[in-house]
Ligand binder design. Sequence first.
Ligand code: ADP
Length: 409
Amino acid sequence: MNVLVINAGSSSLKYQLYEMSTERVLAKGLVERIGMDSSILTHEVEGQPEVREVSEILEHTTAVRKVLDMLTHRKFGVIDSVDEIQAVGHRVVHGGETFRESVLIDANVKLEIRKLFDLAPLHNPAHMMGIVAVETNLPDVPQAVVFDTAFHQTMPPTSYLYAIPMVLYRKHKIRRYGFHGTSHDYVSQTAAEFLGRPLESLKMVSCHIGNGASCTAILHGKSYDTSMGMTPLEGLMMGTRSGDLDPAVVPFTINKEDLTLNEVNSMLNKHSGLLAVSGVSSDMREVVQAMNEGNESARLAFEMYAYRIRKYIGAYAAAMNGLDVIVFTAGIGENSDLLRKKVCEGLTFLGLELDEERNQARSKQTRRITTDSSKVDVLVVPTNEELLIARDTYRLVQKAAMAKSETPS
Ligand code: ADP
């Protein structure tokens, strides 16, 4: 079975086509600048040169059609006809309290996703455009949705509630949801498999450290607490997001600087974090380079960034009354041995012993970076959110097909 995975943004659409018996990516690509003057489709097939096509793509339905044309293209394609796509899986950022797991799309699911537009105004409407675009182009193909928040729906109220008037939770569902759930889910499963231990027996903290960053306490395979909140702004310091701060900073800044709410929102989401403190960049590679050249602001930004991660790991070790495994994943987590070292430096009290050589080894595989005698295993696990979306979609479609064949006609 071939599964097409779609991640639709407001002006972009990423895709990967999986062959599920081997879990091989047949082709992947990206449409950028949808609705702008010149849109770009970049298409990749392993072992072949990348194809770039510039054209005018005004909306998502055309973007999906272009992707399907490319997948079935005589020269650059990987399938003969769109009939070879048996299912489509979509990433959806916010599933609110409605969705605790991935689901097949029907009219009711679409209605519920629409109801959640308020909670994720930048993401969910764009995902919906992707869903409708696929439906228009492939009306008979089943579609599934996989939510970034679903994995965290196992959190207890002690973790997900904010200590504000409860009427706000009841009326508006203001609470912690957490994000990067697909990644935390995938890396925790992969880590347990790598260690050859049942996930249900482990106390784990997974650190998804990319442009956006979050830590999750995973107790016996289930999300117990996570650093992002009602929106992705809370928690760790990030590329351009502030992470945790005293909420009183917001009205104070509005007063002192005569800013609007939107301006403060934009300041905290787009002009804070590594970018603000380093004054150099939101990109960790550039911050590290500046630090190595003696830039003290870059050093401070790097140290604050690592300190916050360490603080969360320590808090979650206490929350779970123990810690067996720490996982690092995503752009920075997978690639920056320096950051991993800085975070782990302060965790020796847990019996954690980093192995310098293992930490510095370059690899794209899951690996352990602690010594054999370390009391806490630290792993680097390359994340693969698309594969988890493809697996969930495949599982749901198989299950529905089985249920149909068992129903007496
Ligand atoms: P996104 O959240 O956009 O998916 P990624 O997971 O791709 O982000 O992470 C992007 C971040 O990873 C950037 O800050 C980039 O500098 C960082 N990164 C990538 N490679 C390295 C590296 N070798 N060393 C340090 N940081 C790296």
